[in-house]
Design a protein around this ligand. Structure first.
Ligand SMILES: Nc1ncnc2c1ncn2[C@@H]1O[C@H](COP(=O)(O)OP(=O)(O)OP(=O)(O)O)[C@@H](O)[C@H]1O
Length: 244
């Protein structure tokens, strides 16, 4: 292996080999899955409800151990969920700075800088319960970025937001991704969201990768672009939407 490719792997490749998982004695939820996410790549994971998306994300996040197989993930990683999971008794900046506490000190200026990046400079002193849903997710994004992670996992991060806020958040994620040069795995139910954001879209079906589609449309992307529409049809077909 060359120095360059070794450095790249150390910086952030995610590698999954032969991953199989079952809960208890049930049938496998993930079947012998292989997957690579290259450093800096933005991958979206689509799949019908119950196809195993969150289970795969939890394995990558180290929250669940696979029944069988190998998972190699950068040590410096972060996860963000559909709920912001902020601590209500801490101010916004403290919730963000909390991510650095394992290193021993609360980095207030780092937290405030990131809150500025997500457009919340004016809310650093606020209590989480006074935030809108979109603001709370911006705080959660800042917290995820606090330790300058190589790999971020986003599990339906905008699923609970209204359509307009969701569009704003999608644009924000793209900006943050290009600025912070990390890899991202986005779990979503939203085909358009996957197509707007990702370099590559994976379709998970009953625990297997049924489709792996590179999205070669230049950014910024538009819903009405014919290539976008063609890929939307392909992905909706793969999800079985037209078969119901
Ligand atoms: N802790 C658990 N114990 C038993 N079964 C589980 C557990 N977690 C998930 N499952 C099962 O594993 C399968 C995959 O679940 P998972 O949550 O990964 O799907 P998903 O694709 O993320 O679904 P959704 O889009 O609805 O969130 C489902 O059949 C689910 O019932």
């Amino acid at each position: 292996m060359t120095h360059a490719s070794l450095a790249q792997r150390q910086r952030g490749d995610v590698q999954v080999h032969g991953l199989t998982h079952r809960f208890g004695q049930g049938r496998p939820v993930l079947h012998d899955l292989d997957l690579t996410i290259r450093a800096g790549e933005f991958v979206a994971l689509l799949g019908r409800s119950g196809s195993g998306k969150s289970t795969l994300l939890r394995m990558l996040a180290g929250l669940e151990r696979p029944t069988r197989g190998q998972v190699v993930v950068p040590a410096n990683k972060a996860v963000m969920f559909q709920e912001s999971r902020l601590l209500p008794w801490m101010r916004v900046w403290q919730n963000v700075a909390l991510a650095t506490l394992p290193e021993g000190k609360a980095d207030r200026s780092g937290a405030e800088r990131l809150l500025g990046e997500v457009g919340l400079s004016h809310r650093t002193e606020a209590w989480p319960l006074t935030l809108s849903g979109g603001e709370a997710q911006r705080v959660a994004l800042s917290r995820a970025l606090m330790r300058d992670p190589d790999f971020i996992m986003l599990d339906e991060p905008f699923g609970a937001l209204d359509a307009l806020t969701r569009l704003q958040m999608q644009r924000l994620v793209l900006r943050l991704w290009s600025r912070h040069a990390c890899s991202i795995l986005l779990v979503t139910h939203d085909v358009d969201e996957a197509l707007l954001l990702a370099d590559r879209v994976l379709v998970l079906q009953e625990g297997r990768i049924h489709m792996d589609v590179p999205i070669d449309i230049p950014r910024p992307r538009h819903h009405a672009d014919p290539d976008f529409e063609a890929l939307r049809t392909t992905l909706l077909n793969a999800l079985g939407v037209f078969g119901d």
